[in-house]
Design a protein around this ligand. Structure first.
Ligand SMILES: Cc1cc2nc3c(=O)[nH]c(=O)nc-3n(C[C@H](O)[C@H](O)[C@H](O)COP(=O)(O)OP(=O)(O)OC[C@H]3O[C@@H](n4cnc5c(N)ncnc54)[C@H](O)[C@@H]3O)c2cc1C
Ligand code: FES
Length: 281
């Protein structure tokens, strides 16, 4: 069993938890993820390793309550335990030779981008971060991203905080101002990662995106997390989740993401029914 040693609410639907798991903490690297199960009836869900502390033996996860499992997880409190916490999984990010990078986070993608920005900053690279949210109430990790970056731009779609507009507009401004990036990392909704990749392709800037297809076993066996990259089939759980954004078939990934929507809605409705409440997803 894996104890929750810290719980924090970052925004109404986004929570941070620190889990006591020394074995995962010892081996974790930015870009990797874990698969957890809340209890014996629970589904396995993948969550990115947002941070780790090897001395404390803890691993931090940040999750948005979107459906049955993430809502059940959000109900747990400090001192309670998770049934399974498996990892680290996936290929760690490698930033050898990167001197200047732009890190782009869209919504919750900011939580997944944060360990990457932190790692680049720790290596001595100059990091410019652009993080975008629908509105001011959804902003997360602003101070953490600021600490990991020499320049931070926050955007909101509705202009309720920071610059009004999309992250792509701000990235384009930074590039047009003469910033020469060795690498752009874009993590967020598929549509955002596609837009960033289309933009950086025009400038010939290497771009890494983090794919988050539905994962089942997390071992490359079931094929659930299939993505097409450079015309070849890859499995995000073992070949990723980071891939070259200029090679990813985003349109196929978006079609596959839509395939499971009605099943997930049904599962959440059943869960809300059993809790005797209304779902608000
Ligand atoms: C490598 C990876 C890293 C991720 N990191 C984070 C993270 O750090 N924080 C975070 O909040 N979310 C992260 N996710 C997404 C997270 O796994 C889903 O939000 C979660 O599984 C939803 O489960 P649910 O039962 O609450 O919702 P559901 O109602 O079952 O699903 C809601 C949405 O979550 C996604 N989803 C559902 N089941 C899975 C699954 N087994 N695998 C992947 N996606 C699924 C689908 O897009 C779906 O539309 C990550 C996904 C992947 C693949
Ligand atoms: S989750 Fe089964 S192959 Fe990746």
């Amino acid at each position: 069993m894996y104890k929750i040693v810290k719980k924090q609410t970052l925004s109404p639907a986004v929570k941070l938890m620190k889990i006591q798991e020394p074995y995962v903490a010892r081996k974790a690297q930015p870009g990797q993820f874990i698969i957890l199960r809340v209890d014996e009836f629970g589904e396995r869900i993948p969550l990115t390793i947002a941070d780790y502390d090897r001395d404390e033996g803890t691993v931090t996860i940040i999750f948005q309550e979107v459906g049955k499992t993430t809502k059940a997880l959000g109900l747990l409190e400090e001192g309670q335990e998770l049934l399974d916490f498996v990892g680290p999984l996936g290929v760690a990010s490698h930033f050898d030779g990167i001197k200047k990078a732009a890190v782009i986070g869209g919504g919750l993608g900011t939580a997944i981008a944060y360990p990457q920005a932190k790692q680049l900053h720790k290596m001595g690279a100059e990091v410019h971060s652009v993080i975008g949210f629908r509105n001011k109430d959804l902003i997360i990790l602003e101070s953490e991203m600021s600490e990991a970056s020499s320049k931070l731009v926050v955007t909101t779609d509705d202009g309720s905080n920071g610059t009004k507009g999309f992250v792509t507009d701000e990235l384009k401004k930074l590039i047009d101002q003469g910033n020469i990036y060795d690498l752009v990392i874009a993590i967020g909704p598929l549509i955002m990662m596609k837009a960033v990749s289309n933009l950086t392709k025009q400038y010939g800037i290497k771009t890494i995106v983090s794919m988050n297809p539905v994962m089942i076993d997390g071992t490359g066996m079931c094929g659930g997390c299939r993505v097409t990259v450079g015309g070849k089939i890859k499995f995000a759980c073992v070949d990723g989740p980071d891939f070259d954004g200029h090679e990813v078939d985003f349109d196929e990934a978006m079609r596959r993401q839509m395939m499971y929507k009605s099943d997930e809605r049904q599962s959440l409705d059943d869960h809300a029914c059993r809790l005797g409440g209304e779902s608000n997803a």
